[in-house]
Write a protein that binds this ligand. Structure first.
Ligand code: ADP
Ligand code: ZN
Ligand code: MG
Length: 485
């Protein structure tokens, strides 16, 4: 029997507001434990929450970008449960009437390539059930042989939850979707997208069904996947596990599971609770969230160019193919740098190759982001222009790039200072080449008798004599011409 996996994601994104969602406490990461708390986020009796308008508007912008219908009036509800990191005994979230519903994301994704093949592009359309606003809980710290400690700094940090329809069909698709969604959030500047620090987290719901069947099978939910790789691996594992269960004549149990990276498997965590277990009800301390029609229009008009649109534009404006455009738009900073550099270079594809190669490697080695790059985009463009014009060789360009990176100087200055310019003067090179051929009459003889491999030897000699400054393409041409006559 053939089975079809069915996957829906619940994604939590931490919104980049300066203060928390229902009080004025700072959201800064890494402050001393419990230093960023107040009666509201500690849940002390008598304190009253007030919703942060910025957080609301951020979630609305996300809803618009995901093509949702925005509820201009939405409700904040209490989701009741007990946990030490939740001092109020409930989380403020949205249940009925969330901020945004019924959206759709269309994306172009790249399947995994094999070595030497970058993979194929596919269009994917994923429905969005809802986007809602909620607050984060604190963090329990369980250290060995110590009492459990609780840090409530994160309590009340604004979160946005995005729930997809069960439209994904493999671990790879889920991963590609999350990658795209992350890009959208980065372009909207709503979330820093840092999965390691937990600013972007994902729960994956998955079931399998016999191929061709339309009703859904029993699902499990894998909690708290904090990397693309884990999401992909956990789903692949869970799909195989569920198929094994069904094949052996048993039933999949609806439950919450955890991905155990060390064991490379999912393990049951708890049986799945139902919505009614949480006793949701509208929070009596908070008014409904209302957005005026004018403000909504304004937010819609102010949306930036999104990664999908930008990739399409890169295709037509810079002649990039779809997979290159996909790479070039991976973050807004990367796309900005690419554009600024491509404008001065004139050869967009070469710019992208340099960015993915030398630029990324150097920055990664030094733990820097593109914004902190010592080499400015326009200077990279100028370097590539020198290269394309034949003023310097590819090898020289690498050296110049290293100097640019170390000194922040422009490529023109470095080429002048180091007297690097490439020898592309035909008659000058002709003199060198014929001199070399004269002094290696033997080798010339052997070459003409069929030992074509000697061409490299002659090239080497010319390069040596010109201290690497000869234009290699021209040297090859001249050598061929003079040897083959
Ligand atoms: P629950 O009530 O268990 O929270 P929801 O209907 O709210 O379930 O859906 C939560 C997530 O699970 C959504 O992303 C949805 O697409 C996904 N989902 C729902 N049913 C299934 C299923 N049978 N198989 C896979 N995913 C599912
Ligand atoms: Zn507070
Ligand atoms: Mg649900």
């Amino acid at each position: 029997m053939q089975y079809e996996p069915v996957i829906g994601l619940e994604v939590h994104a931490q919104l980049r507001t300066r203060s928390k969602v229902f009080c004025g406490c700072s959201t800064r990461f890494g402050a001393p434990p419990n230093s960023q708390t107040c009666p509201v986020c500690l849940g002390l009796p008598g304190s009253l929450p007030v919703v942060n308008g910025h957080a609301v508007e951020m979630a609305v912008r996300a809803g618009l970008a995901l093509d949702c219908r925005i509820n201009r009036r939405s409700l904040l509800a209490r989701k009741n449960y007990f946990y030490p990191d939740l001092p109020k005994g409930y989380q403020i979230s949205q249940y009925e009437e969330p901020l945004a519903v019924d959206g759709r994301v269309r994306l172009v994704t790249m399947d995994r390539g094999t070595p030497g093949n970058r993979g194929t592009l596919r269009e994917l359309s994923v429905g969005i059930i809802r986007v809602h606003l909620e607050e984060d809980a604190g963090k329990s710290i369980h250290a060995a042989r110590q009492d459990t400690q609780v840090n409530l700094n994160r309590c009340g940090v604004p979160l946005m939850e995005i729930v997809t329809r069960p439209d994904l069909r493999s671990g790879r698709e889920a991963r590609n979707f999350l990658d795209y969604l992350r890009r959208v959030l980065l372009y909207l500047a709503l979330c820093d997208g840092n999965m390691e620090e937990g600013s972007l987290r994902c729960d994956a719901n998955v079931s399998v069904r016999p191929l061709g069947k339309t009703s859904l099978g029993t699902k499990t939910e894998i909690k708290n996947l904090n990397s693309f790789r884990f999401l992909n691996k956990a789903l692949d594992y869970e799909i195989r596990r569920q198929i094994r269960v069904l094949e052996s004549g048993r039933q999949v149990v609806q439950e919450t599971r955890l991905w155990k990276e060390d064991l490379e498997e999912t393990r049951p965590m708890r049986s799945k609770e139902e919505a009614h277990d949480y006793r949701y009800f509208p929070d009596p301390d908070l008014l409904p969230v209302v957005i005026s029609a004018d403000r909504l229009d304004q937010l819609r008009n102010d949306l930036p160019e999104l990664p999908g649109e930008r990739a399409r534009r890169f295709g037509s404006q810079y002649g990039l193919d779809q997979s290159d455009a996909f790479v070039a738009t991976r973050t807004p900073e990367f796309a900005d740098y690419f554009e600024a550099s491509a404008k001065s270079a004139g050869s967009p594809k070469t710019v992208l190759n340099w960015m993915v190669g030398d630029v990324t490697h150097r920055l990664k080695r030094d733990g820097l982001g593109l914004r902190e790059s010592p080499v400015e985009a326009a200077d990279l463009g100028a370097l590539i222009r020198l290269l394309d014009d034949g003023a310097i060789s590819g090898k020289m360009a690498k050296g110049v790039f290293d100097r640019m990176y170390e000194t922040g100087k422009s490529p023109g200055t470095i080429v002048r200072e180091q007297n690097l310019s490439q020898i592309s003067d035909r008659s000058e090179l002709e003199t060198v080449v014929s001199g070399i051929l004269d002094s290696h009459a033997d080798a010339v003889e052997r070459y003409r008798n069929g030992k074509r491999g000697l061409l490299g030897f002659f090239v080497g000699q010319v390069m040596r004599q010109t201290r690497g400054q000869a234009n290699p393409k021209m040297v090859n041409e001249l050598l061929r011409k003079m040897l083959d006559r």
